[in-house]
Design a protein around this ligand. Structure first.
Ligand code: K2U
Ligand code: NI
Length: 180
């Protein structure tokens, strides 16, 4: 199972690289990696497991964060209605998005950043993404709220972008925040 020792921290060059597309159909190795990324998120949100293995709670993770420069992300997050979005996605791509932007009130964090970096991160309020799931099936998701924010944070990791690269309090002052 993945633990925090597998997580690359800021300053590691892999977090600044553009990750490579997954060759489809995906190999068993890539599918297994994606399953482990999703399992890490579930473990990190289980109080007993997180305590036993000293896991930081995560609602998303990208393959470069575990040292694999490939375009794979996993999210395990509920929206404000309590609907769970639990997905491993290969080659995720934002195919459309709202003009409207929002930001997570209280700012963002990152498993790869062991410090608080205050500031608002403007994100698209609604996105439609396409990709391939861990079983190799095509995926199309329309997202808003926290799931939309998490997916944008993770896709940024595939492009070598960290959340603090996008902090813009001036732009955010014109936007409506998303409650936590
Ligand atoms: O990519 C990562 O490092 C995981 C991030 C995901 C994240 C997405 C959006 C906004 C902030 C962070 C964090 O580890 S998840 C930690 C967390 C948990 C609940 C709410 C916000 C952040
Ligand atoms: Ni992150």
């Amino acid at each position: 199972m993945l633990t925090m020792k597998d997580i690359r921290r800021e300053g590691d060059p892999i977090l600044e690289k553009e990750a490579k597309e997954i060759d489809l159909p995906a190999s068993e190795d890539d599918k297994q990696t994606l399953r482990e990324m999703l399992e890490f998120l579930k473990n990190s949100q289980d109080p007993e497991t997180a305590l036993e293995y000293e896991l930081r709670s995560g609602i998303g993770i990208a393959a470069p964060q575990i040292g694999i420069s490939k375009r794979m992300i996993a999210v395990h997050v509920s929206d404000h209605r309590g609907t769970l979005y639990s997905y491993g996605i290969m080659n995720p791509k934002i195919i459309s998005h709202s003009v409207e932007k929002t930001y997570l009130d209280g700012g963002e964090g990152c498993l790869s950043v062991d410090r608080e970096v205050p500031g608002a991160v403007p994100r698209y309020a609604r996105i439609t993404i396409k990709g391939v799931d861990a079983e190799g099936n095509p995926l199309k998701l329309r997202l808003k709220g926290l799931p939309a924010i998490v997916v944008q944070h993770e896709i940024d990791h595939l492009d070598g972008v960290m959340f603090y690269d996008r902090i813009n309090n001036e732009e955010a002052s014109e936007l409506s925040p998303l409650g936590n």
